[in-house]
Design a protein around this ligand. Structure first.
Ligand SMILES: [Zn+2]
Length: 278
């Protein structure tokens, strides 16, 4: 073989990513606020083990063949800045982009708990709650079940927004992982969108709680209810009653806490109601 052809062949062998076309990556946004999510679409063949890396976490990819999809996001604690977003299989990065997370000026709220309720707020209770939630959410729907805008689960004024830092009896206990509505005891609580009930039971902190699985790692949570009227594995439609407003678990009075988690991370549910999923 003449020398130039040998050099060309060597160059072709060394060229990264030439053995298969790199998958195409589409993001719904490249700049998000703390508390916001973005949709990640991957077109092209990727290994079955492919996942997304973003902001220090690994995010599952849903789909099959040449089309995969997932949601990733930043919560109120994610450090603002520019992060790599990669689709990777093992240690191999298949395609990579950058996403900027912008700071949001979240406020603080100071709460007092009565001694009975404070006594329940122990590391053991946190661990028990996490164990129950993890067990209930082990297997999730890989198809999108929701349609259109998410409904607000109660018709009541918002009493405390996502992202507030909660200071209980003088100690910061973290940020508010959802939106509170000042609804009266007994008000029906409705499913924000179509999905499958994955959890409907009492949790030490969240009280009588329901999680609805909307597919693609997107779940809504409804906490502190007085009464539950659904069962795990039950399919629900947008607007179906899940339970009634109460003050069970660690709560300072009757209200509904509504949360939205994407692949385990709590983001602000309100944009999903006003604008829909990203
Ligand atoms: Zn709340």
């Amino acid at each position: 073989m003449p020398r130039p052809l040998i050099i060309l062949a060597v160059l072709l062998l060394l060229a990264p990513g030439r053995s298969a076309a790199a998958p195409a990556l589409r993001l719904s946004d490249t700049t998000i606020n703390q508390g916001e999510a973005l949709r990640v679409t991957v077109r092209g063949t990727v290994p079955a083990t492919a996942v997304v890396w973003f902001a220090g976490r690994t995010w599952p990819l849903y789909g099959a063949g040449s089309s995969h999809l997932t949601y990733v996001g930043a919560d109120a604690r994610t450090t603002p800045g520019t992060y790599a977003l990669s689709v990777a299989a093992g240690e191999r990065v298949l395609v990579r982009r950058t996403v900027t997370v912008r700071r949001v000026a979240f406020r603080q709220r100071r709460l007092r708990l009565d001694p009975d309720k404070e006594a329940l707020f122990t590391p053991e209770m946190v661990a028990e709650e996490q164990r129950k939630v993890a067990a209930a959410l082990r297997a999730l729907e890989s198809q999108q079940l929701w349609e259109g805008l998410f409904l607000l689960p109660v018709d009541a004024p918002l009493s405390s927004p996502y992202g507030l830092q909660s200071v209980y009896n003088g100690t910061v206990r973290g940020f508010h992982r959802g939106t509170d509505f000042a609804a009266a005891e007994g008000t029906p609580v409705r499913a924000a969108n179509h999905g499958i009930v994955r959890l409907a039971e009492f949790l030490p902190l969240s009280g009588n709680a329901v999680f609805v699985d909307h597919g693609l790692g997107v779940l809504t949570g409804y906490f502190h209810m007085s009464e539950l009227v659904v069962q795990p594995r039950q399919r629900v439609r947008k607007g179906d009653v899940l339970g009634r407003v109460g003050s069970t678990g660690v709560a300072t009075g009757a209200h509904l806490h509504w949360g939205l988690r994407i692949n385990g991370l709590y983001v602000d549910p309100m944009p999903w109601a006003s604008e829909g999923a990203p």
